[in-house]
Write a protein that binds this ligand. Structure first.
Ligand SMILES: C[S@@+](CC[C@H](N)C(=O)[O-])C[C@H]1O[C@@H](n2cnc3c(N)ncnc32)[C@H](O)[C@@H]1O
Length: 177
């Protein structure tokens, strides 16, 4: 376990056998097919947030459906598939940070630069990092001498080590040719 997660409890038991510790009505399944968006008030009703299908097939194969069958309450996080870590992070911002879903900035299908001439497009939605301070922003009332550059797509928030993993994967794929 990484040090930052030392307080986490890991279980391998089936969630359905944990009814004494995890009451069914306190569980909310994060399900892209839910008719209801996750909202800050959901923190008052639910104590456990359940995420499914850790593999990120694109297009999605509705692996969350396996958990949907169990009859938990459901909430969605918007129409685009997120990576699981993004879905967890967004849920935390909504229920603990009390930030409404529509106030979180996202970036869809970002093109991630691996090396000078190598990029990979990830078919998921990510939390957008705040834009870097830029001199390209025109100051009101000031005549700009520079031509305004095209607005850049925001960078995605990736988990620690993910960029290195993508680079390594890409190198392995290139080795095969
Ligand atoms: C990365 S998704 C993988 C799903 C998989 N590709 C499939 O075929 O179903 C993993 C989990 O993140 C959560 N998730 C991802 N995007 C979501 C969204 N837009 N709304 C709600 N939950 C989402 C769901 O709990 C989902 O089971």
């Amino acid at each position: 376990m990484p040090a930052s997660l030392r307080k986490a409890h890991c279980h391998t038991e089936d969630i359905l056998t944990m009814g004494d510790r995890i009451p069914h009505e306190k569980v909310c399944l994060l399900d892209p097919s839910s008719p209801y968006p996750l909202a800050p008030e959901d923190a008052d009703t639910y104590d456990f947030f359940l995420f499914g299908g850790i593999l990120g097939d694109d297009p999605p194969r509705d692996r969350t459906g396996e958990l949907r069958k169990l009859g938990f309450a459901t909430r969605h996080l918007g129409p685009v598939q997120m990576t699981t870590d993004t879905a967890v992070n967004v849920s935390r911002r909504v229920v603990e940070g009390k930030i409404p879903l529509d106030k979180i900035q996202f970036v869809d299908h970002p093109e991630i630069k691996l090396r000078k001439k190598e990029t990979v497009t990830m078919p998921f939605r990510y939390i957008a990092l705040p834009p870097k301070e830029s001199t390209e922003v025109a100051v009101e009332g000031e005549e700009s001498t520079k031509k305004s550059k095209k607005a850049k797509k925001p960078e995605p928030l990736l988990p620690p080590g993910m960029l290195e993993l993508l680079k390594k994967d890409n190198d392995t794929a290139l080795d095969l040719f």
